[in-house]
Design a protein around this ligand. Structure first.
Ligand code: PNS
Length: 170
């Protein structure tokens, strides 16, 4: 096991779409590490269904949200497909940072971290506890509310609220 300091981490996710919960995790990863890459996964997320937004749309929404939130500095956004650990190696990062909201997240994340460790033991898995006000926020809840015409401005930044409104008015 390397004892090299980790200077660069990946915050991965489907970001379909990015929420204040994700931005909280990115903000905290950025406090802990000098350089953060947000990895937007092309593939299907844990719910098994295909994403609502295209990969390009999801990348753009994260980029714009980082600027709106004032946390774009030292953070870059890149799409990826295939294994997360391959992407982490490709960008030269030393770890993965993810947020934990509840026990249900823990079971899934432990399994993912375990698999990732077997494939790439040098890649550190780091978890931050979601800030309490974001514990219930998820992309699926945001999509459901937006599809029913509800105001989601308390869950996502303005640029994402606009994209949701446009998507569900089509
Ligand atoms: O936002 P999500 O849906 O919780 O993100 C899940 C994601 C994209 C981080 C996870 O599905 C992932 O790491 N996908 C890449 C494929 C992979 O490496 N899987 C883990 C080992 S089997």
């Amino acid at each position: 096991m390397s004892d090299e300091r980790i200077e660069h981490v990946v915050v991965p996710g489907t970001f379909d779409p990015v929420t204040f919960g994700h931005l909280d995790v990115i903000r905290r990863a950025r406090r802990l590490f000098p350089h953060v890459t947000v990895g937007v996964a092309a593939s299907v997320g844990k719910n098994g269904s295909g994403p609502t937004f295209t990969l390009d749309e999801r990348v753009r929404m994260v980029e714009d949200a980082l600027v709106e939130e004032g946390i774009a500095e030292r953070v870059d956004v890149r799409p990826f497909s295939g294994l997360l650990v391959d992407f982490v190696r490709e960008v030269g990062a030393g770890g993965v940072v993810k947020g934990l909201r509840a026990m249900t997240d823990f079971e899934y994340e432990l399994q993912q971290a375990d698999l990732n460790y077997h494939m790439a033991p040098e890649v550190e898995s780091v978890f931050v506890m979601s800030s309490p006000q974001f514990g219930y926020v998820s992309s699926s809840i945001v999509r459901e509310l937006a599809s029913l015409g509800s105001d989601v401005s308390f869950l996502v930044p303005p640029n994402v609220a606009r994209c949701l409104a446009e998507h569900f008015s089509r």
